[in-house]
Design a protein around this ligand. Structure first.
Ligand code: NAP
Length: 280
């Protein structure tokens, strides 16, 4: 697309951002949808976050994505939060609505769309164990609780964080926090196991968040990690006959929902998926 004096900026802020596929994917989206915009990745140090946000507002950004480590820290610098972002307590997408910066969280809904589109799993009346209690766990557990799961177990290395998150989630469903390494009984009772920890991510591909013998064939094992595409946890799950679901779809759909917030148009999912799948 030709860059002109009316081309508007979009972008990603985080630290680091050099690994991100978002610029390639979202510039292609702008081209396909005919949006005169350009999307760039900006490495922003935590002590420059406020300045960066003010700058993007002043320069008339259409909006931007927010990634680690700014998803929570950005909240005081925004004008408004939508209800889901407020419930989750983190923002990954910002829309500049006539000079007002509105924060959204598309991680949870992106995960749910990925699970629904890519598996035959129905959440209603199911028992789910979430591994981890960080930002992604917050988004996924609140979204799954609201979508109708019967019971959620949150298993984390730091048990207090699992207990705190389960207290939040009890607003929508039965939930309790347990220790990551003592989660075998909860996993045995579960239909879905979701890894939201960073264990198993490149370059630590040999690691698993839980002892692999906790897995059983009746599980759907879902891993938010997308690098590698198939983690050790997913490899083992597949080898014992359990169903598996990788993290690439969440990455795709959280971006697709952001596109819908910015442009009010349906995202070109197939082309976006091709770009992500061709990544290293
Ligand atoms: P985060 O807020 O830093 O949370 C990290 C979680 O991992 C915490 O529960 C932490 O436990 C646990 N953890 C980290 N190292 C551990 C270790 N050595 N042993 C046991 N537990 C450990 O990070 P996040 O934003 O939630 O992201 C987590 C993962 O999700 C990352 O791999 C990220 O790439 C992935 N993710 C994927 C997508 C997607 O689109 N597919 C979107 C968002 C995130 P403690 O509380 O005990 O520290």
């Amino acid at each position: 697309m030709k860059l002109t004096a009316t081309t508007r900026p979009l972008g990603l802020i985080g630290h680091p951002v050099s690994h991100s596929k978002s610029p390639e994917m979202l510039n292609e989206v702008c081209k396909i949808l005919g949006i005169p915009a350009v999307y760039l990745a900006y490495a922003v140090e935590p002590n420059q976050l406020e300045e960066a946000v003010r700058g993007m507002k002043a320069l008339g950004f259409i909006g931007f994505n927010v990634t680690i480590p700014h998803k929570v820290a950005i909240i005081p610098f925004l004008d408004e939060l939508d209800d889901t972002a407020a419930e989750i307590g983190a923002v990954n997408t910002v829309v500049n609505q006539d000079g007002k910066l509105i924060g959204y969280n598309t991680d949870g809904v992106g995960y749910l769309r990925s699970l629904t589109e890519e598996t035959a799993f129905s959440l209603r009346d199911k028992t789910v164990t979430i591994l981890g209690a960080g930002g992604a766990a917050r988004a996924v557990s609140i979204t799954l609780a609201k979508a109708g799961v019967k019971e959620l177990f949150i298993a984390n290395r730091t048990v207090e964080k699992a207990e705190q998150l389960s207290e939040v989630v009890t607003k929508w469903t039965r939930a309790s926090g347990v220790s990551l390494h003592e989660s075998n009984e909860e996993i045995a009772k579960s239909h879905l196991l979701v890894n939201t920890t960073s264990i198993g991510m490149t370059p630590s591909e040999e690691h698993s968040p839980i002892p692999l013998e906790y897995l059983h064939p009746a599980l759907l094992v879902s891993d938010l990690i997308y690098r590698p595409k198939e983690t050790k946890l997913l490899q083992r799950a597949a080898s014992i006959g359990a169903s598996t679901h990788g993290g690439l779809g969440m990455l795709l759909y959280q971006a697709a929902v952001a596109v819908e917030h910015w442009f009010g148009q349906k995202a070109p999912i197939a082309q976006m998926r091709t770009i992500l799948e061709n990544g290293d």
